[in-house]
Design a protein around this ligand. Structure first.
Ligand SMILES: Nc1ncnc2c1ncn2[C@@H]1O[C@H](COP(=O)(O)OP(=O)(O)O)[C@@H](O)[C@H]1O
Ligand SMILES: Cc1ncc(COP(=O)(O)O)c(N)n1
Length: 266
């Protein structure tokens, strides 16, 4: 069985973060493991507290996994601070980890900072150059490149700038576009759009986490980046289609319906 590791924050409500990542890995038939960078007290209405893990326990978790187990792909999510980014970058360096999907998590959908504002530059200098795929949404792409990323032409322009920061491939997510939910993959040679009709729902908690973990699962199974992104797009679309009104706010993606539908049970 192939394995995937998520290095990310915990979401107590189970819709995003480590919990969404592990559900995605399982649904896609990959054995999931985790390195927890921060604990959030979070539900469908918002984030009420954040506790960062000390860098020594983050380092120990990375070493515990890598010293024992072959890891076929890694997904990185919430990192919270520059110090944590540097620790994770050191781990990638120490084990020369190749298939890294970096989801540049910055602000939760409810508006809380999951990455300190002053850490964006560290992400650019220390981690983007080590990533195989970087997956910013429109707001994150804007913060990375310094101009507004709002439509397909600016997504293409931003993808080139982020590629020049040193990432192998860039996926700019179009979940926040006006109109269709259209993502862009740039591998340094070709620009490929992955269009999809927007699903009319407010229940999109964890969409970015689900999508980036599904890309990592595909890479772990040996897919090339194009197929990994295409399959991840199908998976996240299904998971949003079956999202549901858990709690009083923005409900989560649903992995179990996705799993059953994929297996032909539904
Ligand atoms: N309402 C929607 N309908 C269909 N696809 C969506 C919708 N919202 C987000 N997506 C897709 O979910 C994935 C995650 O994108 P996005 O929501 O932009 O990420 P984030 O959670 O980081 O803000 C992308 O593939 C995006 O196109
Ligand atoms: C711990 C944690 N990590 C990431 C997200 C972003 O979630 P989304 O996938 O909805 O952008 C979150 N809300 N909480």
């Amino acid at each position: 069985m192939k394995t995937a590791l998520t290095i990310a924050g915990s979401d107590s409500s189970g819709g995003a973060g480590i919990q969404a990542d592990l559900k995605t890995f399982s649904a896609l038939g990959v054995f999931g493991m985790s390195v927890i960078t921060a604990i959030t007290a979070q539900n469908t209405c918002g984030v009420t507290a954040i506790r960062e893990m000390d860098t020594d326990i983050i380092k120990a978790q990375i070493h515990a996994v890598y010293d024992d187990i072959e890891v076929n792909a890694v997904k990185i999510g919430m990192l919270s601070s520059s110090a944590i980014i540097k620790e994770v970058a050191a781990g990638i360096e120490a084990y020369t980890i190749p298939k890294v999907v970096l989801d540049t998590v910055m602000i939760s959908k409810s508006g809380s900072y999951l990455l300190q504002k002053n850490a964006v530059q560290t992400l650019i200098t220390d981690l983007i150059p080590k990533a195989f795929v970087v997956t910013p949404n429109l707001h994150e792409a804007t913060a990375l490149v310094g101009f507004e990323v709002v439509d397909q032409p600016t997504m293409q322009k931003a993808a080139k700038v982020i590629k020049d920061m040193g990432a192998e491939c860039v996926v700019i997510k179009g979940g926040h576009l006006e109109g269709d939910a259209c993502d862009l993959l740039y591998d340094g040679k070709t620009m490929e759009f992955f269009p999809n009709k927007r699903i009319q729902t407010i229940h999109t908690h964890g969409t970015g986490c689900t999508f980036s973990s599904a890309i990592a699962a595909g890479l772990a199974k040996g897919m090339d980046v194009y197929n990994a992104v295409a399959e991840a797009k199908k998976y996240v679309t299904m998971a949003i289609q079956h999202g549901f009104p858990l709690g009083k706010g923005v409900g989560p993606t649903n992995h179990f319906f996705a799993l059953y539908e994929k297996a032909g049970i539904l």
